[in-house]
Design a protein around this ligand. Structure first.
Ligand SMILES: [Zn+2]
Length: 212
């Protein structure tokens, strides 16, 4: 994909954010660039950058913890498992987009991970009210499962599946938040305009066959 076609808002720190949901943006970390599937998470440092770009990791303390894991074998092992999970998630999302459910094995895996890495919350006073906040304090790389499985569980349980869609002309997925629910492309900058230019050229050829 030429740099000129990359919309400024679609990319953050070399990653695509077009999906309206971080877990689908995570699925989009292997886009097809220059006709080749391209792994955007080749090492833990890339995952570290993605976690920050996606907003899953915000505090300076957490960033420092991630930095400390950069060269650890446990972090590399976690990343390999996470990438394998991403591909099973892709299969689950493709099934949901066709109106069916993820396979049983995927649900079992997800439930097992939810038990292993439970969400911890605490109450914080805000004004006259209390708000419930998720506590995320990983002690080892594997604890990074928590935000991914939590987001996957939300995708399966709380998201209108008819609005989860794959782009009509590439491998990217998104959650359609448009009013009409008629979004067709990952992004106008990436695929929408390409499609419109192709349709325009086709129309032009049809109207002026001599100049084609
Ligand atoms: Zn696309």
């Amino acid at each position: 994909m030429p740099a000129a076609s990359q919309g400024a808002n679609d990319w953050i720190d070399g990653f695509l954010f077009v999906a309206n949901m971080p877990i689908l943006d995570f699925l989009n970390t292997e886009p097809v660039l220059a006709d080749e599937p391209t792994e955007l998470l080749p090492d833990f440092q890339a995952l570290e950058r993605w976690l920050i770009a996606s907003g899953m990791v915000t505090s300076p303390g957490l960033r420092a913890i991630l930095r400390g894991w950069r060269h650890s074998t446990r972090a590399t092992a976690f990343l390999q498992k996470l990438i394998a999970f991403r591909e099973r998630l892709r299969e689950a999302v493709l099934r949901m987009e066709k109106g069916s459910s993820p396979i049983h094995a995927f649900l079992s895996e997800l439930n097992s991970l939810l038990r292993q890495y439970p969400r911890h919350t605490s109450l914080r006073k805000r004004g006259a009210k209390f708000v419930r906040e998720t506590i995320f304090s990983p002690r080892e790389p594997a604890d990074l499962w928590a935000p991914f499985i939590e987001a996957t569980a939300n995708l399966l349980s709380e998201t209108q599946s008819s609005r989860i869609r794959k782009c009509e002309s590439c491998v990217l997925h998104f959650f359609d938040t448009s009013k009409k629910g008629s979004r067709r492309w990952c992004s106008m900058n990436i695929c929408g305009n390409k499609f419109k230019v192709a349709a325009y050229q086709k129309r032009k050829r049809r109207n002026n066959p001599a100049t084609a």
